[in-house]
Design a protein around this ligand. Sequence first.
Ligand code: COA
Length: 175
Amino acid sequence: MTVLHTPSVTLRPWRATDADALIQHANDRRISKNLRDRFPHPYGRADAEGWIAFATSQAPLRYLALTLNDEPIGSVGLDAFDDVHRHTAELGYWIGAAHWGRGYATDAAIAMTAYGFAELGLERIQAGVYDWNPGSERVLVKAGFQLEGRLRRHAFKDGVFGDVLMYATVRAPRV
Ligand SMILES: CC(C)(COP(=O)(O)OP(=O)(O)OC[C@H]1O[C@@H](n2cnc3c(N)ncnc32)[C@H](O)[C@@H]1OP(=O)(O)O)[C@@H](O)C(=O)NCCC(=O)NCCS
């Protein structure tokens, strides 16, 4: 079973019994406004059950629950690219707002990045951040990602165009 321990949170596979906790934390405009439209608002039971079914169907696992005392408070994952980009993934994460500012996202990003390089055959991990989300940029910088560029007006979210800041890290060269 894939369990990643960090100095603060533990990353473990989602379980069907996590649905209530998932809804409690995910049903929050402060989270959905920073993610893709596929992360809905409001976030209901069908969304939670659908997510857990999807997240647990991958082999090897690419999406893990971010937990404190075994209770989910957020999510972290690596979206696959394909074709010539198949050794690249996009890192995504969110934390329930009651738990912000304690380094949990940073610890999760570091652990998931190491897992992606060690276990998923990745060469590059990237993350695109909307230009209204400096907290997430800070997470990526603390996790060792570098800013590669600004994709101007690449996102159309809630009726507004926004720039996307492209952060990435690549696997350390093998010696
Ligand atoms: C972004 C998010 C994941 C951060 O989670 P977190 O656990 O609070 O992150 P951390 O505590 O590890 O680090 C946050 C850092 O951002 C900083 N920060 C927070 N808000 C900030 C702001 N408005 N401007 C600048 N820095 C900010 C914090 O001070 C902290 O940096 P520090 O340790 O140097 O003080 C969380 O706010 C969240 O889930 N947001 C909604 C979903 C989202 O944005 N996901 C990422 C999409 S790219």
